[in-house]
Design a protein around this ligand. Sequence first.
Ligand SMILES: Cc1cc2nc3c(=O)[nH]c(=O)nc-3n(C[C@H](O)[C@H](O)[C@H](O)COP(=O)(O)OP(=O)(O)OC[C@H]3O[C@@H](n4cnc5c(N)ncnc54)[C@H](O)[C@@H]3O)c2cc1C
Length: 50
Amino acid sequence: MYDVAVIGGGMAGMATAARLQRRGLSTVVLEAHGQPGWMCRLLLPQGLLV
Ligand SMILES: Cc1cc2nc3c(=O)[nH]c(=O)nc-3n(C[C@H](O)[C@H](O)[C@H](O)COP(=O)(O)OP(=O)(O)OC[C@H]3O[C@@H](n4cnc5c(N)ncnc54)[C@H](O)[C@@H]3O)c2cc1C
């Protein structure tokens, strides 16, 4: 059981989860895709992720 469930592991969700954890709340991030980041992830032609 968690204190907080954050829906979405984008930049906003991950930052929120980190802040909540720092305040002592157990937090789970529920992300629809396989990896966090979503809009702030950029696929370059060489296949690199930023
Ligand atoms: C090419 C590009 C360049 C950019 N350049 C800049 C820049 O220079 N400066 C700047 O400030 N911003 C820039 N941005 C914008 C910035 O990347 C976004 O504003 C930011 O990443 C948004 O973060 P977010 O967490 O709000 O949303 P998102 O990144 O969209 O994350 C939302 C997450 O929630 C998940 N989700 C949604 N619904 C559900 C659900 N029901 N259940 C589970 N998970 C769910 C999604 O899968 C996603 O991972 C750029 C964006 C792009 C695409």
